[in-house]
Ligand binder design. Structure first.
Ligand code: ADE
Length: 231
């Protein structure tokens, strides 16, 4: 199996890249796609830093599928906590993903609903979810399984956090997951999102983010490596 791994930022992929035996690097969209194997994993890996935000992430998925024929996509990175039970350093495994900033409510749609699409809630793959759960269990980090909400915004305002929580009931928010999920859904490719919490997505979250995001990114990377070794 060939597995595509996407992180938005350098810090979210370096920890994985360090353990990769890179056979070749290809460039597309001005991005480096690292093709090779990960220690202890039988699978072929294509690792890429997509850049931040939903458009960058979706385009990256399409390249992974069209040029590198990946069979599955894993998104790795950090996120801000929305659910009260979720703390900095916790791991989130997606069950589904939604766009919290998709808004045609003025036309009568519900928030987050992409009108004229069959679904606006993109379900992660059960087998990948189970593999991620086994990996987190093996390492022993606190873990939550549930919805991830994505938007092209860094959430640091209590009102915005509250709105996202009320309307979508996600565990956390970030800026790529739903776009990756959406692109995978259209291509009928399985995906899972694995995120480590770097901040509380409220006042001061930028400070916490700066403090914790490197550490959280390393934790999320560790999960991916363990997961692939067990798959
Ligand atoms: N990624 C990590 N923290 C985030 C936040 N608070 N908002 C959006 N994306 C994030």
């Amino acid at each position: 199996m060939t597995v595509g791994i996407i992180g938005a930022m350098e810090e979210e992929i370096t920890n994985i890249l360090e353990d990769m035996n890179v056979l070749t690097t290809k460039n597309a969209l001005g991005l480096d796609f690292y093709l090779g194997k990960l220690n202890d994993s039988a699978h072929n890996i294509v690792l890429v830093r997509s850049g931040i935000g939903k458009v960058n992430a979706a385009l990256c998925v399409q390249v992974l599928i069209d040029l590198f024929a990946v069979d599955a996509v894993i998104n790795v990175g950090v996120a801000g906590a929305i659910d009260k039970r979720v703390k900095i350093g916790d791991i989130i495994i997606s069950t589904d993903a939604v766009h919290h900033d998709f808004d045609t409510t003025a036309l009568g749609d519900e928030p987050g609903v992409i009108s004229r699409m069959e679904s606006s809630v993109f379900r992660a793959d059960d087998a990948l979810i189970s593999a991620a759960e086994r990996a987190v269990e093996a390492i022993g980090f606190p873990v939550h399984k549930g919805r991830i909400a994505s938007g092209d915004q860094f959430v640091s305002d209590p009102e915005q956090k509250d709105r996202i929580g009320r309307l979508f009931a996600p565990l956390c928010c970030e800026m790529e997951g739903a776009a990756i999920a959406h692109a995978c859904y259209l291509n009928m490719v399985p995906f899972v999102i694995i995120r480590a919490i770097s901040d509380n997505a409220e006042e001061g979250s930028n400070v916490n983010y700066e403090r914790f995001f490197r550490e959280s990114a390393v934790i999320a990377g560790r999960i991916i490596k363990t997961m692939l070794a067990q798959m």
